[in-house]
Design a protein around this ligand. Sequence first.
Ligand code: 2AL
Length: 243
Amino acid sequence: MKIKIINPNTTWSMTEKIGACARMVAATTTEIIAVSPSMGPVSIESHYDEAMCVPGLLEEIRAGEACGVDGYVIACFGDPGLYAAREIARGPVIGIAEAAMHTASFVGASFSVVTTLSRTCGMAWHLAERYGMQRFCRNVRACDLNVLDLERKDSNALRVITEECRRALIQDKADCIVLGCAGMTDLCREISRDIDAPVIDGVGAAVRTVEGIVQLGLRTSKRGEWAYPPSKEYTGMLQGFSR
Ligand code: 2AL
């Protein structure tokens, strides 16, 4: 099985880290292809960043369809472009936020999200609403770390995130923690050990979800909302995106 993981930001050190962590949880028979788009923001932490990462992300889905990819993971906690990606893919496309929130709801009666900047907290709440996960989501907490801080050894990210997770367990009375950024994927096991509670990394949860869906012989339904989009001309800089 071939799974393509798209880190929709263009920071390749993060993409390689995401790929390595995905390979540690994937089945030995799964091939993980981890990529960043050729254009877009170096990190995604605003609505503007999210919008601007989508064309490059869709380009990667299109390329994946041309070379037999079985399923996709969108490795950014905003799940940018998720439904557009589903429209143009045969196999499943899973966002890390939806995978993490659903998985959290299986291992606890409640979760708190621990994310990067406080400006992204509203975005995570919107996703919880969209996925019907609001009733499980106790809180969305920020660490006030930039996404790119997670790539710097001297940022103290592990300590800062672990402390916020501990506060979430105590103050929110959350049963488990959802990590709110793909760049936190490598910290999951250690934080879980330190706080003695389940910590869900969306990258691992999404990879296992894609594997499960493909193994069940399922794919994205082409009957309704996620049918292939109607063919039409796109103009100007988006000319190459005509279908
Ligand atoms: C993210 C993420 O997962 N990748 C990225 O660039 N931004 N999410 C976030 N909440 O900061």
